[in-house]
Design a binder for this molecule. Structure first.
Ligand SMILES: *Cc1c(COP(=O)(O)O)cnc(C)c1O
Length: 373
């Protein structure tokens, strides 16, 4: 039987050539020309002055929080619908994650709830509200103009979890360039991959310097091994940065493919059953990283697709329903997150997905709903 995976990497470029060069020259570890090149290319692509490569996206998120000075006396707002790593990074610092419900149409953090909350509180459970970490869920984007304005008004640090949104823009400006810092991931399922890797983006040269210092064990004397802080081993290695350069060269081609796939799904599945699509704000041009629908029958549809060899996947269980975050404060009116979780289902959308295979997925989804009506 045909097997169609949800989303797998496309490795058709210079990956092999550049990695081989690292092996041939011996520059495999945390210093090397590809690390610098990958940082420069990411900064340029994302419209920031600086980029610091990290071992993965979670490390970039943690490093951004530490660099911003977030610690145990602080609280950080995060959306309730996200991958656990967003809130884990906050918890690593000892800060309190404050969970915020999402909008029913965009599935992004509900900014009206954020604004109401900030208008009434500077502290929660004795902790100072110090930062907000919006997540651009599935490559769509949050309302960055309003978030930036709220952060200025209330003097909060704005750190974008842009791990899913490389290539997305808001008012033409890239995801990751709107906050004080932005974080990318190059995990195997992301729009470009280094196997594992991440990047911290910032316009601020002091933050960039601090982040790089902390990511390389905060060493201040190479000879005597003197350190001025508790640092981290969060640096991306040259071997993987070489792969990143090769992948980034192909980003525009991947974006074209992802957008075509999303467009074809939207046209073919509009009006089928109760299917709804993720909405984007008019300011947003989404990278369409992981095409996802909403239907009341998401789990039955997932099981049906499985019988035809088609992999699909629900959206993450909300943070509030995870045991380690169940006690966190939750800003919500009506718990939209639970609905989005119950109904969300991602469909196959690898950049290398053929038109014929996409048609096979579309026919299967249609067949499921025909059987239902
Ligand atoms: C992938 C992802 C991360 C973590 O990135 P890793 O590179 O896997 O550590 C964090 N947040 C979100 C929303 C993600 O999708």
């Amino acid at each position: 039987m045909k097997q169609i995976p949800l989303s797998i990497p496309t490795l058709g470029g210079n990956e092999w050539l550049y990695i081989k060069e690292c092996l041939d020259t011996g520059w495999v570890s945390s210093v090397g020309a590809y690390v610098t090149m990958f940082e420069t290319m990411c900064a340029q692509r994302c419209g920031t002055a600086h980029a610091v490569a990290t071992s993965n996206g979670t490390a970039a998120l943690h490093l951004a929080l530490v660099t911003a000075g977030i610690g145990e006396h602080d609280a950080v707002l995060v959306p309730n619908i996200t991958f656990a790593a967003t809130a884990n990074a906050v918890a690593y610092t000892g800060a309190l994650p404050v969970l915020v419900d999402v909008c029913a149409d965009t599935w992004q953090i509900d900014i009206a709830l954020v604004a109401d909350f900030l208008a009434q509180h500077t502290h929660i459970q004795g902790k100072k509200i110090a930062a907000i970490m919006p997540v651009h869920v599935l490559g769509g984007m949050c309302d960055m103009a309003r978030l930036r304005q709220l952060c200025e008004q209330h003097q909060l640090t704005l750190i974008e979890d842009a791990t899913e949104s490389l290539g997305s823009t808001y008012l033409g400006l890239p995801a990751g360039s709107w906050g004080h810092m932005g974080c990318l991931s190059f995990n195997g399922n992301k729009i470009i991959t280094t196997g594992g890797g991440g990047m911290l983006l910032t316009q601020d040269s002091d933050l960039a310097k601090r982040a790089k210092h902390l990511s390389t064990q905060a060493k201040i004397d190479e000879v005597e091994y003197l350190h001025d802080a508790i640092g981290y081993n969060y640096r991306l290695v040259n071997l993987l940065a070489a792969m990143g350069v090769a992948q980034l060269e192909q980003l525009d081609a991947f974006l074209d493919k992802k957008k075509n796939i999303a467009q074809a799904y939207r046209e073919a599945l509009a009006g089928v059953g109760d299917i709804q699509f993720q909405a984007h704000l008019p300011e947003v041009e989404a990278n369409e990283w992981l095409f996802t629908i909403r239907t009341a029958q998401s789990r039955a549809l997932m099981a049906f697709l499985q019988t035809r060899g088609i992999q699909s996947r629900p959206l993450w269980t909300p943070l509030k329903q995870q045991p380690m975050f169940a006690q966190c404060p939750y800003l919500s009116q009506g718990n939209i997150s639970a609905l989005v979780h119950r109904e969300g289902l991602s469909l196959p959308c690898s950049a290398q997905l053929s038109e014929a295979d996409q048609q096979y997925v579309i026919e299967a989804v249609r067949a499921f709903f025909q059987g239902k009506s």
